[in-house]
Design a protein around this ligand. Sequence first.
Ligand SMILES: [Zn+2]
Ligand SMILES: [Zn+2]
Length: 256
Amino acid sequence: MKLRVLGCSGGIGQGLHTSSYMIDDDILLDAGTGVGDLSLQEMHQLKHIFITHSHMDHVLSIPLLVDTLFSDLQDQPLLVYARAETIKTLKEHIFNWQLWPDFTELPSKENPSLKLIEMNPGDVVSVGERHIEMVDVNHTVPASAYIVESASRVFAYSGDTTTNDNLWDRLNQYSGLDFMIVETAFSEEEIELARLAKHYCPSLLAQDLKKLKHKTRIGVSHLKPGDEEHIFKQCCNEVNNEHELCHLASDDHFQI
Ligand SMILES: [Zn+2]
Ligand SMILES: [Zn+2]
C-alpha cells in the first residue's frame, strides 16, 4: 500500500499541516489541515475517512471537504468512521447548522452527502484489500489508533495518545509491523504538560516502545512547531537505536 503524509505537525505554519495521512488514493486517516494541499482531482478520489478522535487538529477538513465535493457526493456519500463519542461531538459542535450545515441531511436525509459511521475498538473495516482495525488508546477524549493491513503488510498510526498498554499489546499480536507513525507532541522539558494533555514526550514514548516486540521503522509526528529538531533529537537519544526513527514531513511518500 501507498502512504502519503498530508500533515504531521502539532500545529500550523508555512509548510506545516495538522494530522492527515492518505492510504493509496481513497482513504484518509484523520482529516487535519493537510487535506487542503490536495488537488481537486485528488479530493474527488477520497471515499473513506477514519478519525482517531474529535480534536480539531484531526477533524478540521471534514466540513470543508464535504462542502467542496458536495455535487459529486450525491450517488456515493463520503464515509467517515469514528467511535460513537467522536460522532456525537462532530454532530453537536460542527454539523449543527450553526458552525456548519448538517451534511448528514443534505441534500436529503435519505440521500446524504456525508455518512458518519460508528466504529468500536476491535472492529475491522475492509476497504478492498485494506483491512483497518480500530484500537483504543489513552488521550483526554475517547481516542483510537488504526492498524492497516494489506497484502501481509502492516502499518500502524497511533493518533494522539500517552502511555498505554493496549496499542502495543494489539500490535504484538500481528506477525509483523512494517511501518508505524507515532506522536510525540512535547519535549522532555514539558513532560508534566505531556502527562496532563495525555500526549507522549520522548521518554514516555521510549518507555512504551519497549513493550513492542517488532523492530520497525517509526515516523515521529505531532511535533510542536518551532521545537521539531529538539524533540526529534530527544526521541533519538531516548529510543537509542532500538528502532529506526524518521522525522516526518508534509508530502512524504512511503511504499509499505
Ligand atoms: Zn488530541
Ligand atoms: Zn492532535
